[in-house]
Design a protein around this ligand. Structure first.
Ligand code: NAD
Length: 233
């Protein structure tokens, strides 16, 4: 049984992770970190490194960088699902990945990983027009979503051209909808992923943590994880 520190523990995702950890054979929550709520620490620096093996983080970009530095200093693995990291923050993660295993994934659902695979098959649709749309709850801070940007990158590189910016819609409590419109002359494909429950991301984070325990240092993405799992099947 390995000990985890959960960062962003009082947030929507942190609570989902803690719920799953109540009945988990591989991990337990040794520390909960959040400046809000009833947690064992307000910031990561208050956590005793001897009491944890790794960290799961769903907080915000500046916190994620502090957490990654702490993990690198104390040789702990890190799974982060935090979105909205700038290029320079992503580069910081990359350099911290030279010291410890880090998996950073703006979307930890298996369905989105499959959707990316499906998009690679669109490479032959050179004369189609494309538009990505995403819908999220009204509290979501980054815009467009990290997932929409990742889908745009995959599709753009499959087609070998730049695509229009994703359209973002914010409202209600929508967990996450990502829709790809592929529009040709006389035909249209719509590919849609709907997250109905936040638990899918929390489950993904724990699967990622289990996988990451066996990896060498480096910065990994969710594609590395799902690719290995698929090869095993
Ligand atoms: P939230 O606002 O409900 O929770 C974030 C929590 O982080 C808050 O409780 C906040 O107090 C805490 N926090 C802020 N600064 C902190 C610090 N320095 N140390 C510790 N905790 C700190 O947000 P959420 O909906 O739980 O989402 C969190 C992040 O995860 C966002 O970036 C979101 O986009 C992302 N997310 C990713 C996935 C995925 O699959 N990768 C899925 C859902 C959400």
């Amino acid at each position: 049984m390995k000990n985890l520190a959960v960062v962003g523990a009082a947030g929507r995702m942190g609570k989902e992770v803690l719920l799953l950890l109540e009945n988990n054979d591989d991990f337990k929550a040794a520390a909960t970190v959040d400046p809000h709520g009833r947690t064992s620490a307000r910031v990561i620096d208050e956590v005793d490194p001897d009491r944890c093996d790794g960290v799961i983080d769903f907080s915000n970009p500046s916190s994620t960088i502090k957490v990654a530095r702490w993990c690198a200093k104390n040789k702990k693995f890190l799974v982060s699902g935090t979105t909205g990291l700038s290029r320079s923050q992503q580069n910081s993660l990359k350099s911290m990945g030279r010291k410890i295993p880090i998996l950073w994934a703006p979307n930890l659902s298996l369905g989105i990983a499959a959707m990316k695979e499906a998009l690679r098959a669109f490479s032959g649709l050179g004369n189609f027009d494309f538009q990505i749309e995403e819908i999220h709850h009204r509290q979501k801070k980054d815009n467009p979503s990290g997932t929409a940007i990742a889908l745009q990158e995959v599709l753009g590189s499959a087609l070998g051209r730049r695509l229009p910016k994703p359209i973002s819609i914010r409202g209600g409590g929508v967990r996450g909808v990502h829709r790809i419109l592929a529009m040709g002359e006389g035909e249209m494909i719509t590919l849609e992923h709907v997250a109905m429950d936040r638990a899918i991301f929390a489950r993904g984070a724990l699967t990622a943590a289990k996988w990451l325990c066996g990896q060498a240092r480096g910065l990994y993405g969710v594609d590395d994880l799902w690719e290995q799992q698929r090869r095993k099947r």
